[in-house]
Ligand binder design. Structure first.
Ligand code: HEM
Length: 186
């Protein structure tokens, strides 16, 4: 909502793929939705659901970047900060889904636990076992919402008024609700 030209690009992609008149988008429609996937990745980069993942415990002594981590140490990974680290991400604070498309510098970066600069589902043996289910649901929900509706801000609210302040805890969520008006295209 804060970058309407990106919303138009996303809607153009989804509406170009889904046959007109089809009410519900299903998994069979999702194959070529590359921009939609990039939008979801970029959202997870800037706003990971679990900003500190889950607490881990070092099973053996190890040295990371010169720091000794003894066995038994509780390790907390700040995935939120890693996703905004300017040494890994150009214009790190900006919402730029294009970085994950074939025009971007992070086109090969994925959330499957091999790219340590992007850990919305964690990595290794304890990474999220529900990743595929979670992503499939987000993709379907977002595709349906942007395909069938145009979204407007309530009267008197401007783009600059959208409050993106987050409340941190085990999971992170918006401080203020996002109120939008859907206008059906059907
Ligand atoms: C977009 C949706 C989701 C996100 C972003 C997400 C993210 C995460 C993260 C960051 C962790 C911690 C990984 C770590 O500490 O290394 C986690 C763990 C976990 N997630 Fe998810 N998750 C999602 C959906 C799901 C779903 C749909 C399920 C189950 C159906 C699920 C089940 C679990 C379980 C059981 C763990 C604990 C794994 C363990 O400790 O061994 N998650 N998730």
């Amino acid at each position: 909502m804060r970058k309407p030209h990106l919303m138009v690009k996303l809607q153009d992609e989804v509406r170009g793929i889904v046959p007109q008149g089809q009410e519900i988008i299903s998994e069979t429609n999702m194959n070529n939705m590359t921009y939609l996937r990039a939008v979801i990745k970029e959202s997870l980069r800037l706003r990971p659901l679990a900003p500190l993942l889950a607490p881990h415990l070092a099973m053996a002594d190890c040295i990371i970047d010169g720091y000794i981590v003894p066995a038994g140490t509780r390790v907390v990974i700040n995935a939120w900060a890693i996703g905004r680290d300017p040494s890994s991400w150009e214009y790190a604070e900006e919402f730029i889904p294009e970085r994950f498309t074939d025009e971007g510098s992070s086109m090969h970066v994925n959330f499957k636990g091999n790219d340590f600069q992007f850990l919305p589902f964690g990595a290794g043996r304890r990474m999220c076992p529900g990743m595929n289910l979670g992503i499939a649901n987000v993709e379907l929900m977002l595709a349906n919402l942007v395909c069938h509706f145009d979204w407007q801000l309530p009267l008197g609210v401007e783009r600059k008024d959208i409050d993106m302040t987050e409340v941190f805890g085990l999971t992170v969520h918006r401080k203020e609700k996002l109120l939008l008006i859907p206008k059906s295209r059907m």
